[in-house]
Design a protein around this ligand. Structure first.
Ligand code: RRO
Length: 299
């Protein structure tokens, strides 16, 4: 089988497929299992300074084209999370800690309090007051937070960007300027669902983040624009469920691909996508490197 191994954002990966943040990323056991089942790296659920219960339920609603979640950053705090990262390492692949905070100093305190193979800065959760996209929609904030965490930790720093802006490239350039080793695009799209019988919004938080097949074209567009403008790698995420979706991301310019909502179909998705990509590369007589960004060169 053709090799899918490569270097991405400061990490050596056996394949470019990762478990996305927020999906099966709360326990070391489920993260380790993703590694054993074929992921090239795993990203934890986002953790912050203090424990949070998250938003009131319902926190997830399935709609025809994906899921809308409003979990609300539930987490046990970074102080209780190192043991899960250590357990996750038993999966045999790099473990990326997703961290959030309300300002550069909170982000730095959380990241420097954890030992992980890399950090993914959540500057993009679409529905949490004082966190995520509320600060991450301003390029100056993205740059400042990135620079502070880069100073505070020795490991690679990735920045996960929000698509809920008119100019995601401006955010990517800010992350790059702040010293990011990669950007991750995209987090969920701000969304809402209403129950027509009761007339009530379905989610406890009313608003949530849309993921799954519906957002893939938005993610592809963002990866395409970002990879054309940035010198650092772009890691694509959003609606990838099969090898063709992953191939589309890579053709748009992604150096790696994260998989989230599709895990509802089981961990097998990693091996299925890796096998499909390998066969595609053989059929096209191409390397992964040659495939990356091909759609840009053909436009
Ligand atoms: O916890 C959440 O509700 C959540 C997060 Br941190 C995020 O980054 N994206 C999302 O859709 N939900």
């Amino acid at each position: 089988m053709i090799s899918l191994a490569g270097d991405v954002g400061g990490l050596r990966l056996r394949n470019p497929l990762m478990l996305a943040a927020g999906i099966l990323g709360t326990t070391g056991a489920s993260l380790a299992r993703a590694g054993r089942e074929g992921a090239g790296a795993v990203v934890t659920k986002s953790v912050g300074l203090t424990p949070r219960d998250g938003h009131p339920g319902p926190t997830v609603v399935r709609i025809g084209v994906g899921l809308i979640n409003a979990m609300g950053l539930p987490n046990p705090s970074y102080l209780a999370f190192q043991q899960e990262i250590d357990l996750a390492r038993e999966g045999g692949v790099p473990v990326v800690a997703s961290v959030f905070g309300s300002d550069p100093s909170e982000f730095s305190q959380v990241a420097s309090g954890l030992v992980a193979d890399a950090f993914e800065l959540n500057l993009s959760c679409p529905h949490a007051e004082r966190y995520g996209a509320e600060i991450g929609c301003q390029p100056a904030n993205v740059e400042e937070v990135t620079r502070a965490v880069k100073r505070a930790v020795g490991a690679p720093v990735w920045v996960k960007l929000t698509p809920n802006v008119s100019d995601i490239v401006g955010l990517g350039l800010a992350a790059q300027q702040g010293g990011a080793d990669a950007v991750v695009a995209i987090n969920t799209l701000k969304a809402m669902a209403i129950d027509v019988e009761s007339g009530y919004p379905i989610l406890g938080n009313r608003f949530g983040g849309l993921s799954g097949p519906a957002i893939k074209p938005v993610a592809i567009r963002c990866v395409y624009e970002l990879s054309a403008a940035l010198d650092i790698p772009v890691i694509g995420v959003g609606g990838v469920g099969c090898w063709q979706d992953a191939a589309e991301m890579i053709l748009a310019g992604a150096s790696a691909v994260q998989i989230g909502t599709a895990l509802s179909g089981g961990y097998q998705v990693f091996r299925d996508i890796a096998a499909g990509l390998s066969k595609y590369l053989v059929r096209k007589d191409m390397t992964l490197e040659e495939m990356r960004g091909l759609a840009r060169r053909r436009s």
